[in-house]
Ligand binder design. Structure first.
Ligand code: ADP
Ligand code: MG
Length: 729
């Protein structure tokens, strides 16, 4: 019987509707391909298969034999053990005829799993019980059945050739050995898997052929064999992902013409740089150059501007937007939250003040969020369409129907990972001007203040060019970070004294809490009660403001203004202040229940201080309302150890894995079953280069020698549209 990878699992001998249902529900396995892509999580080294005469009690061993039968008896409670146990004992006969026993507690199902006649390998520590050798709760690997023609001698021989036994991620009712059996059945029935990689590419990168890889990832002869298989399959996953990304980009570019937004000497953009109160850093200068080339290029810009908090991304973004204005076009800046949009609006008007903002002959800048009044919004929309507004700052409100531009030249998207790809695409087809026939696409600059490891950037933003601001402006005082545990209680009082001193010197402190209101079910500091406590008991002499997500925008605004102007010296908040908020006088960041936050979130929060010229502190309270887990401790210690966002991102990736970093679908990791961004970074780099070269030579993969590549990418990702949707989650 021969089967196909896309056949349902029921095509396999022995798989009926019931088992198929369990595979689907438990593991999401529907087809033979799904089954074969359910990769082993480890290999169990069966070691040498021993005969009973060779083993001694107390030593680990793997014994193979044919199950003769089972017996279960109840062991009554005894001593400290208050419950009765079911002891299931099986007798197993080796090829030599010698018999040993295996025992399991409360696993009555073993007797049906390993019915008489089953040949299996049992691994564990050998003991002697009543004169017989015994394995207690051994690892079990089912190898076959005597009834099906295999006897123990044959099984032992086979295992000698294949010592590594795959161990699969299992679920209830589908233990690993069951999966071994199914995979075995599938591989036996499966004709050779056709190769899709061009021969030359395969030999250049020393990759084993696909059929070999598919088989040896499950049944390797030795560890090197398993490695080679893994290398090949990881390459496939990453190469198709990059091909999909590059092709999507090629398709976007093919259908559109870039606008000429090139900077020139006399414009607003040049004037803006001339009037900056500081010299750009070398990294900023390099960013200007890269973006200038994109802006003037024939293809629309798709660039990611990555930089740690405070690295000066805003200046770069503003400059890019002014280039559009210089060409008589408009620019849009989209932020993920209202607080951040308002912050950007203020920063922008401040930065542009020397050029004249919202004055006759100056630059017109407007803010559009969901709390803009209807009348205001109507006016702004009209002026966007007529071209009177040069720069619009806003939230996702900018994406709504009815927002139309006269001539949108540059789009800046801040904190892209909160938007996703499709929103990036949506804002770029907002230009009202279709008179020219060809579709023009604005230049897009995506800013992210979340440092992400290079491997992830290349995957998540594989379709973008990347600029990194890897340098902070000079003269910044480093932020000192301290972790305080409940054992160091006295340090809390000292901290409050320090905050009082700072306030006296005109500086300010943030106190961040994980919850808005106290809750009975989850212990933790609530902003509302912490605000009350600090205001009345700790700092009755200071002004303590409060901001959280359940307040109205005008309440939030009032609190932020009080803090910004210094009317309030302490601001208690939830993470609404996580990104972008810029109060240079803030010199202390206190984070309560710090273990509740992820590394990047803590890093973002810490980035709210150290923005002025004062020496700044970040204080992490850990383990105060819940015990500090080992992982939590590791996270807090990492944050205390370094302020380098990229280093922290690497730590984060190693602690949590990519799946949790951005959500699986969003990271593009949804389809990476075997590849791991961190470990496989070199392969990501290689496959990205390869994919770029392939797509540059043949954007739609129509060449004959690319037919198999195209089919494989289409099989995995469908057409470009489906691919975009997939990555947005
Ligand atoms: P980011 O957006 O990357 O967090 P910002 O653009 O908000 O950083 O810059 C942080 C602060 O540093 C701002 O107050 C900004 O005016 C200032 N800044 C930016 N570039 C420079 C520079 N080259 N030299 C000195 N200060 C700078
Ligand atoms: Mg900024």
């Amino acid at each position: 019987m021969s089967i196909h990878l896309d056949d349902p699992v029921t095509a396999l001998t022995g798989v009926g509707p019931k088992l198929a249902g369990r595979l689907a529900d438990g593991l999401g396995v529907h087809t033979v391909r799904d089954l074969l892509e359910h990769y082993p999580r480890a290999f169990h080294d069966a070691g040498e298969v021993l005969d009973l005469s060779e083993v001694a009690a107390g030593e680990p061993a793997t014994l193979i034999g044919e199950v003769l039968g089972w017996e279960t008896r109840r062991v009554p409670p005894k001593g400290r053990r208050r419950r009765a146990l079911d002891l299931t004992t099986g007798r197993v006969r080796q090829a030599s005829g010698a018999v040993f026993t295996v025992t399991f507690f409360n696993q009555g199902w073993r007797s049906s799993q390993l019915a008489a006649g089953t040949v299996a390998a049992f691994s564990g520590e050998v003991s002697r019980f009543r004169g017989e050798l015994q394995l207690k709760s051994p690892d079990v690997q089912v190898l076959g059945r005597v009834a099906a023609g295999m006897d123990a001698a044959e099984a032992a021989q086979r295992l000698a050739h294949q010592r590594l036994l795959a161990v699969y991620p299992a679920v209830d009712g589908l233990p690993s050995f069951k999966l071994n059996q199914l995979v075995e059945t599938a591989l036996e029935a499966l004709p050779p898997v056709p190769e899709w990689l061009p021969e030359r590419l395969r030999s250049d990168h020393r990759l084993v052929d696909l059929d070999t890889a598919v088989r040896s990832i499950h049944q390797p002869a030795d560890p090197a064999d398993a490695d080679a298989a893994r290398r090949r399959l990881v390459f496939d996953e990453l190469f198709t992902l990059q091909l999909g990304l590059q092709r999507r980009r090629a398709q976007l570019e093919q259908a559109t013409v870039g606008l000429d937004n090139a900077p020139y000497d006399e414009g607003w953009a040049a004037g803006f740089l001339d009037r900056l109160p500081f010299a750009p850093t070398a990294a900023q200068t390099a960013a200007f150059a890269g973006i200038a080339a994109d802006l003037g290029g024939a293809r629309p810009m798709h660039r990611l501007l990555q930089g740690d908090v405070g690295s000066g991304k805003t200046v770069v973004a503003v400059w890019a937007m002014l280039c559009a204005v210089d060409h008589g076009r408009q620019a849009a800046l989209m932020a993920p939250t209202e607080v951040l949009a308002e912050q950007h609006y203020r920063t922008l008007t401040d930065l542009l003040a020397p050029l004249g903002v919202n004055v006759l002959d100056g630059i017109r800048v407007e803010l559009l969020t969901s709390s803009t009044t209807r009348t205001q919004a109507r006016r702004i929309l009209g002026e966007l369409l007529s071209g009177e507004v040069d720069v619009i700052v806003g939230t996702h409100a900018l994406l709504e129907e009815g927002v139309r531009f006269a001539d949108l030249g540059v789009v800046v998207i801040d904190e892209q990972h909160r938007f996703g790809v499709s929103q990036r695409v949506r804002l770029t087809d907002k230009s009202a001007d279709t008179s020219t026939g060809a579709t023009t696409t604005p230049d897009v600059l995506v800013m992210t203040a979340t440092p992400i490891p290079r491997s992830l950037a290349l995957t998540l933003y594989g379709d973008l060019d990347v600029t990194v601001l890897d340098e902070l402006p000079p003269g910044r005082e480093p932020i000192t970070t301290r972790l305080i545990t409940p054992a160091q209680r006295h340090r809390r009082d000292r901290l409050y004294e320090y905050i009082r001193t700072e306030a006296g010197a005109g500086r300010r402190a943030y106190v961040v809490c994980p919850f808005v209101e106290p809750s009975e079910s989850v212990p933790g500091t609530a902003a509302v009660s912490e605000h009350r406590r600090l205001a009345s008991q700790v700092f009755p002499d200071l002004e303590v403001a409060l901001v959280h997500g359940r307040m109205t925008s005008s309440e939030k605004d009032a609190a932020m203004t009080a803090f910004r102007t210094g009317q309030a010296q302490v601001l208690v908040s939830t993470t609404v202040i996580e990104v972008g908020v810029d109060v240079p006088e803030a010199s202390v960041m206190v984070i309560e229940d710090a273990e509740r936050y992820g590394i990047s979130q803590l890093h973002q929060l810490r980035g709210r201080v150290g923005r002025g010229d004062a020496r700044s502190f970040c204080v992490l309270f850990g383990g105060w309302s819940a015990e500090l887990s080992q992982e939590g401790q590791a996270r807090l210690e990492a944050v205390a150890r370094t302020t380098d966002g990229f280093e922290l991102a690497e730590v984060d990736l190693s602690i949590r894995g990519e799946g949790q970093l951005f959500g699986r679908a969003q990271s593009g990791a949804a389809d990476l079953r075997l590849a791991q961004l961190r470990r496989d970074e070199p392969v990501i780099v290689t496959t990205r280069e390869l994919a770029r070269a392939v797509v540059a030579a043949d954007p739609q993969l129509v060449r004959d020698d690319h037919a198999a590549l195209r089919d494989e990418v289409a099989r995995r990702y469908g057409d470009a549209e489906a691919f975009a949707a997939l990555r947005t989650g």
